[in-house]
Ligand binder design. Structure first.
Ligand SMILES: [Zn+2]
Length: 271
């Protein structure tokens, strides 16, 4: 059984995929996670307690995850409504899940406060018993996580989990922006500013010959030329994966994304 965990992000979806795992519902586990202790500082691989899921929640054994610009952007914030530390980032991932339940609808608005969406509490404790905040209702930079069932969707069992990561946020954000938010009509010409995973996903729906719609995906006007020159590129999920690393190397993924050297880095969890 393969499931996908889905987090709401600015009106679109973020994902984690999962299969059946061996955890009992009422036990907690000490697991490794990459914990962000302070804004902008390297993540620390720590043993943490992952508490049992409560009502309307499922616990997911993360197999692989990927790093999104939203992780990096909010990791750098040391003040404001989105700045919560310590925190486990990560909102694109695939893994195993015991629960047969799941749906594709995100019920809750974008979550900045760092807890579970229904009661605001956390399912992560450090070795001293101190709470660690969640991120975008997923927190996938951990060998296990707990998510609300409204953030889980079922995938076909043969869907490759590293590709499933990409459907969590970047790719679906781009396709969703084009098809659901802007509702681009067939035959329209569209300009995309910023060609990360989101921009490349928008391209799937593109034609050329002048822009009827504009998608600004990264905030840098200097990337406008890249968007236009790439507008005939065909979308394949494989093309989004530029690097693959282990959890222990997660800070390298942050560096590569920050320096513009990676598009999507798949982070394999060693369970
Ligand atoms: Zn994202």
């Amino acid at each position: 059984m393969v499931l996908a965990v889905v987090a709401s992000l600015v009106g679109v979806l973020s994902t984690v995929a999962a299969r059946a795992c061996m955890l009992l519902a009422d036990e907690w586990r000490v697991m490794a996670a990459a914990v962000a202790r302070k804004a902008g500082e390297a993540l620390v691989i720590e043993e943490i307690q992952v508490l049992a899921p409560k009502a309307w929640e499922v616990r997911i054994k993360i197999i692989c995850t990927s790093l999104c610009h939203s992780d990096v952007t909010i990791w750098k914030l040391n003040s404001g409504p989105a700045a919560y530390f310590p925190r486990i980032f990560g909102h694109e991932a695939a893994g195993d899940c015991l629960s047969p339940k799941g749906n594709g609808c995100s019920k809750f608005p974008v979550e900045f406060f760092g807890g579970m969406p229904r009661d605001g509490s956390t399912r992560f404790l450090d070795v001293n018993g101190q709470p660690i905040h969640h991120f975008f209702s997923v927190s996938s930079f951990s060998q296990y996580t707990v998510v609300d069932i409204t953030h889980v969707v079922k995938l076909n069992s043969d869907f490759p989990l590293d590709k499933a990561c990409l459907l969590s946020c970047g790719v679906t954000t781009g396709v969703g922006a084009a098809c659901k938010v802007a509702q681009v009509e067939e035959g329209s010409a569209v300009a995309i500013f910023g060609l990360g995973s989101i921009g490349l996903a928008v391209i799937k729906e593109m034609t050329d010959g002048g822009a009827d719609y504009c998608f600004e995906c990264i905030g840098l006007a200097s990337l406008m030329q890249d968007a236009f020159s790439s507008s005939r590129k065909e979308l394949h999920l494989d093309e989004f994966i530029s690097h693959e690393i282990k959890l222990e190397e997660i800070n390298k993924a942050f560096e590569m994304l920050h320096e513009g050297k990676s598009l999507r880095c798949i982070i394999w969890m060693d369970n």
